[in-house]
Design a binder for this molecule. Structure first.
Ligand SMILES: NC(=O)c1ccc[n+]([C@@H]2O[C@H](COP(=O)([O-])OP(=O)(O)OC[C@H]3O[C@@H](n4cnc5c(N)ncnc54)[C@H](OP(=O)(O)O)[C@@H]3O)[C@@H](O)[C@H]2O)c1
Length: 260
């Protein structure tokens, strides 16, 4: 049974994607625009956002830094002044590989700011309006893009992994709190996607998919009413199994598989 109302008809749906100047967010923006949604794309870099808005009639670009709570609130007010939002998706993310043997505190905190505080800024700015829209009979939806890196501790993931684990927990709490009030909530846990974020990875990325494939998987997840979306399944199903292993076996297997 679907945990959320299914979203299958995107015509006229008002969507706000934060972190949509490249990668997965941009691909989702393209896919939803192609299905008839009115898309607003946000991120820090004006050029790619404005290019998107030019190339996709009816869409809009709002430049912002998600770590700036006031800027996020202003952008949300601007969008909500034009009408209710049907989907808000937090895709913004920051990633740099880091090990505990080489701690970089500013980088650690940067991950917390972009990946977690940014999401909280968006929640504070839109949740009251989403609740209002649900009360008025609409079916608004909130999605957080986390990662399989949030499922269990991984090597090189000192800065990134804990932020994604936080987002998964946050989405679970949001579902419990908001779903009874008519707001859909989902969490997206991609495996490896070929984007600027992963371009720095020096190792071969298993089951790497394109941003367009990731976007299609997310559209399918919204259409099914999933709470959790994870893809590509050929990779994420194996990680799901590792998730239930006792620590003794899990740590030994990760050491053996990664050599780290
Ligand atoms: N690629 C993967 O394999 C993978 C796997 C699992 C999860 N994810 C997650 O998927 C999401 C999208 O990542 P991606 O792979 O598509 O990487 P990406 O192409 O680098 O996209 C990240 C987006 O976040 C925006 N962003 C970064 N800092 C921001 C800030 N302070 N304020 C506003 N926007 C900001 C970037 O735009 P600006 O630079 O213009 O601000 C960009 O639009 C991230 O949450 C990432 O953690 C990715």
């Amino acid at each position: 049974m679907a945990l959320n109302p299914r979203i299958t008809d995107w015509h006229g749906q008002r969507v706000w994607l934060i972190g949509a100047s490249s990668g997965i967010g941009r691909a989702v923006a393209e896919a939803l625009h192609a299905r008839g949604a009115q898309v607003c794309v946000s991120a820090r870099q004006p050029a790619p956002l404005e290019e998107f808005a030019r190339q996709h009639p009816g869409s809009q670009a709002l430049v912002l830094d998600a770590t700036d709570a006031a800027a996020v609130a202003t952008a949300a007010q601007q969008l909500l002044a034009d009408g209710p939002l049907d989907l808000v998706c937090y895709c913004a993310g920051h990633y740099q590989a880091m090990r505990a043997t080489d701690i970089d505190l500013p980088e650690l905190l940067r991950h917390q700011q972009v990946n977690v505080a940014g999401a909280l800024h968006v929640l504070a700015a839109v949740v009251p309006a989403l609740l209002g829209a649900a009360k008025a009979g609409r079916a608004p939806h909130l999605s957080l893009v986390a990662s399989v890196a949030g499922w269990r501790g991984l090597p090189q993931s000192l800065a990134y992994g804990p932020t994604k684990a936080a987002l998964i927990n946050l989405a679970e709490v949001l579902f419990l709190d908001l779903r009874p009030h008519g707001v859909g909530v989902s969490v997206v846990c991609p495996g490896f996607v070929d984007t600027p974020l992963t371009a720095q990875n020096a190792f071969p990325m298993p089951a790497l998919i394109t941003p367009a494939q990731a976007a299609q998987a997310m559209l399918r997840g919204w259409a099914r009413g999933d709470f959790e979306m994870h893809f590509p399944r050929r990779f994420t199903v194996i990680l799901k199994l590792l998730r239930v292993l006792p620590y003794r076996w899990y740590f030994a297997l990760v050491h053996r598989l990664t050599g780290l």
